[in-house]
Ligand binder design. Structure first.
Ligand code: AMP
Ligand code: ZN
Length: 114
């Protein structure tokens, strides 16, 4: 997806505050953090939303979720953290490349409060 900002980040065409990378996944600091720690986990594969995921994406989704506690621990969120996947316009999604928000520490923004 040539016009997808997260594809460009995954391809190294745009800078990011990278905290993790492997063959399938990338994680980086959110540019507008709503907590002391706020990173995004994305697949390198372009999938627009969680609603577009198919059975063949099961393993990839599992890897994204399993990375969350690992990064949270590495980034100092030992007391716990939040995860968020916005899906579709009605779900507050702004970037249409699937991503998991992992955040915690400090005050979350109102829309992120549980
Ligand atoms: P969502 O509303 O779930 O689609 O969230 C998109 C998130 O991507 C927002 O929290 C933005 O701050 C973040 N974001 C947008 N562009 C960038 C970027 N270039 N680098 C890091 N985070 C970004
Ligand atoms: Zn993309």
């Amino acid at each position: 997806m040539s016009d997808c900002i997260f594809c460009k980040i995954a391809a190294g065409e745009l800078p990011s505050g990278k905290v993790y990378e492997d063959d399938e996944l990338l994680a980086f600091h959110d540019i507008h953090p709503f907590a002391r720690v706020h990173v995004l986990i994305i697949p390198k594969l372009h999938i627009a939303t969680l609603a577009e995921c198919m059975p063949e994406h099961e393993s990839l989704l599992g890897k994204m979720l399993l990375l969350a506690p690992r990064l949270a621990k590495e980034l100092g969120l030992s007391a716990g953290f939040k995860t968020l996947i916005n899906t579709g316009r009605g779900g507050g999604q702004e970037v249409f490349h699937i991503h998991v928000h992992v955040f915690g520490g400090g005050e979350p923004a109102p829309h992120a409060q549980s």
